[in-house]
Design a protein around this ligand. Sequence first.
Ligand code: C2E
Ligand code: MG
Ligand code: MG
Length: 564
Amino acid sequence: MEAVMREFTEPQHDHGAWEYEPDTHRTRWSTALYEIHGVERESFDPTVESVSTLVHPDDRETYMAIVRDAIATRTPFACQHRIVRPDGDTRVVIIRGSFVEGFEDTPDRLIGTTQDVTEHAGDEERLSHLANHDTVSGLYNSNRFMEELTREIASGRRNGADGALLVLNLDRFSEINSVLGHMAGDQLLRKVATVLRGRLRDTDTLARIGGDEFGMILPGCGPEAAGRVATQLIEAISNGATIQAGGTERRCGGSIGMAFFGPAERRLADDLLVEASLAMHRAKTNGRGHAQSFSEEMRAEQAVMLSTEDELRGAIGGHELRVQFQPIVSLDDGATIGCEALVRWEHPIRGMVGPGDFVSIAEETGLISKIGRIVLEQACRQAALWKRHGRDLFVSVNISPRQLTRPDLAADISHALTASGLPANLLCLEVTETALLRDPGPIVESLRRLKALGVRIAIDDFGAGASSFGLLRILPVDQIKIDHSFIQGLGDTTSDRAVVAAVVSLAKELGLSVIAEGVETQRQQAELRDLGAELAQGFLYSPARNPDELQLDGFAATVLHGVV
Ligand code: C2E
Ligand code: MG
Ligand code: MG
């Protein structure tokens, strides 16, 4: 009796075969497969769903994702997971499948085998699978990817063929991960893997090579073809890589860097990966959502960036950052009504370095958060001091896009206000128009949270992006700063005059105040007054200065000059 029972529960064979028709969802199992799963042909109908109920709950999500991918994309796959048989026994199986195209009356099919490796679990095969695959997406991992890249470079050399290496990094993935949790993040990664796999050829290699980074090798592809593929992949991801979370659809975009190898290739896989990664970073800093090919000057820029980053770290620790203030003036009577805080780096050798030379590097490296905190604290302290001396001047602080999406910004602002004793309504945060256009959703959310603290919000450099008049109606803003490029053209260019006139009248309609930036001449000032602008900032009045060098008594003589 015992022998018979054993015969039934212990599979006779450790390999079973299966076949699945995507069009009809028909599945067929060999007898061994029923045995491996501990179910009987008469009572168990093996559909994708029913089989998934036999998969160990911890492995089910990955299993389903891999199988659904394979069905959708009709590409070969392999998956190792645990099954729990109805009698409670847990087995470890490896499924391997490939797609067979139909002919004549035979439909398309996925066919494959399922191997029970319980007895060998932990042995070579299992270890080798783990060593080569990413457990979240089921794709190759970075080790395996680099091996494949080495192989492809060598084969390109042998066969006189070109090839492309693509590195795709997801845009804003960390936000999804931190806001919605790692489960949602993993789900999205699997979705991206499916979308990519569906777009690539069988001969292309796809791997997950980092947290939110995917690597692709496209043998036989030159720059032009690879560029086309990359653009299609980005489009496919932004349209297709979506997940449902909290009742809404979440999606993310991607940026791609490309490097190329050819028949005379001397570089190693590692060198190529560095090139593609540099290009990917460039794509990100140039506004994300597009593909960029590697070029030599990126390497030099990277070297400058790394040394500036080091120096900048030292500057933060060594208190070399200064905050200067530029007056904001009423065009009515010349009174100073506020100041913009502008950061400078007092470099021991280079002298006073302007933000243009280090803010973008600080943004890229994340140092902007520390710098932003320093500026915010000094600016609030200074404005509180003015207030104690009887001057109610507001202070404007520039906030970079990177700071805006950080969850601790509101806490930093509250802290700066409390520590200095500055009333919130005397602090204004400047956000550039281009930052808003790039990514309105999360930024609008963040602005609303900040507004709730009682601070004011200004749109900086308005018009420099796309003159987003539509956005003005929905944004929680109090102030618009017209970009200096329009002010420069006043008096000479009628189109600039028209833009300034339109901004001033829209702002009045929406109850917002307008500041004209970069006013340098009496002529520009006269035109601005003519157009009904009320506030201005620029070298005509004062550049940014240290607090003790500032002229806070106003600029009545300048403003009233020439007015009859
Ligand atoms: P912004 O916020 O638009 O600042 C105005 C810039 O115009 C300042 O340059 C200022 O010195 C300059 N400016 C003022 N009046 C005139 C004028 O009449 N003519 C001309 N040609 N320029 C004038 P600056 O200080 O070099 O700052 C450049 C940019 O760097 C700022 O543009 C801002 O986007 C960024 N920045 C400055 N400080 C900070 C900071 O603390 N944090 C962040 N995130 N960005 C900052
Ligand atoms: Mg500004
Ligand atoms: Mg500006």
